[in-house]
Design a protein around this ligand. Structure first.
Ligand code: VTB
Length: 309
């Protein structure tokens, strides 16, 4: 897996570089499209027998590396691939912080097939008792339990949430408890992973299900807990869930282990500067690209510099 991980970095690098060229131009769809195209081209040049099991874009009607698309030359390891060629399309279009290209890989059959619908998520960092927070509990119970486990007060907790109207009631309840609410515009993969460095205490809220599996893959390597429950509130989302998951149980709560089994690799390459990775940087005659790889309890940071002359 480690050798493969280093080879796969060129996939997210290509996507990040392609998207970077459209940073700040206000065209989310085009930025996503070029990232998808670049990712597909490099994946298809590799000696892998890959299947895309988690693609992105259907929900936004964006161009996607679609679920069940075969990638690679067909000679090489049989792997399942989850992608988010441009995580933070709006961030990229508006030249804000935290746009990145993301890819995760496991052996065939180890990812939970996830439809492109919304997912309710809850995540905390490592070294906490298993099940300390859960989607089964109220937000009040979760924050009280977490504060007890961290030997602090609820007022000391920072809760990260996507700034969306759908979260207004939840935000009001959290503020009533006295916890600090950190609102993010986009990018809940970063929000979940950054729990590990202690910059906040808990991530809660509804985001994309594909992003949920990608974040779970990172946690499966580096620790931390996460639960996800699909939001199947429309005929279209129910249809997608039955088609892709074969099980129709809207109440099912997925743990990290349900979402990804066995050994996995998570790779992110920065498009713009962010909490996890720096963005693409052009100097006079060089271009540097920053990535991180997460596997086997390790976080490997890489920077590649390409000569432009
Ligand atoms: C989140 C966030 C992504 O989608 O999953 C969010 O992590 C949820 O969807 O960066 P809405 O924007 O539709 O609320 C993204 O913002 C990517 O679209």
């Amino acid at each position: 897996m480690k050798d493969l991980a280093f080879k796969l970095v060129k996939v997210t690098e290509a996507a990040a570089l392609a998207a970077y060229k459209l940073v700040g131009l206000g065209d989310e769809k085009k930025a996503d499209q070029v990232a998808v195209d670049a990712m597909r081209t490099v994946l298809n040049s590799m000696e892998i027998n890959g299947t895309i099991v988690i693609g992105e874009g259907e929900r936004d009607k964006a161009p996607m590396l679609y679920i069940e698309e075969k990638v690679g030359t067909g000679n090489g390891p049989e792997i399942d691939i989850a992608v988010d060629p441009l995580e933070g399309t709006t961030i990229c279009a508006n030249y804000k912080q935290g746009a990145m290209s993301v890819l995760a890989v496991t052996k065939k059959g180890n990812f939970l097939y996830m439809p492109d619908v919304y997912m309710e998520k809850i995540a905390v960092g490592k070294n906490l008792p298993t099940g300390i927070v859960s989607l089964k509990n109220s937000v009040e119970e979760n924050l009280n339990n977490l504060a007890k486990a961290k030997k602090c007060k609820v007022n000391d907790l920072t809760v990260t949430i996507l700034k969306r109207e759908r979260h207004n009631k939840l935000i009001a309840r959290i503020r009533k408890l006295g916890a600090k609410v950190k609102l993010i515009d986009d990018g809940d993969i970063t929000a979940v992973i950054s729990l590990i460095n202690g910059s906040h205490d808990i991530y809660i809220g509804i985001g994309g299900a594909p992003e949920g599996v990608l974040a779970a893959t990172a946690l499966s390597s580096i620790g931390g807990q996460m639960e996800g429950r699909l939001i199947l509130d429309t005929d279209q989302s129910k249809e997608k869930a039955t088609r892709n998951l074969n099980i129709y149980d809207p109440e099912k709560i997925y743990s990290v282990k349900d979402m990804v089994k066995g050994e996995s690799v998570f790779i992110a390459t920065g498009v713009t500067n962010g909490e996890l990775v720096n963005g693409v940087k052009f100097n006079y005659d060089t271009c540097s690209i920053s990535s991180l790889i997460m596997l086997h309890n390790k976080v490997i940071k890489l920077q590649t510099t390409h000569n432009l002359c």
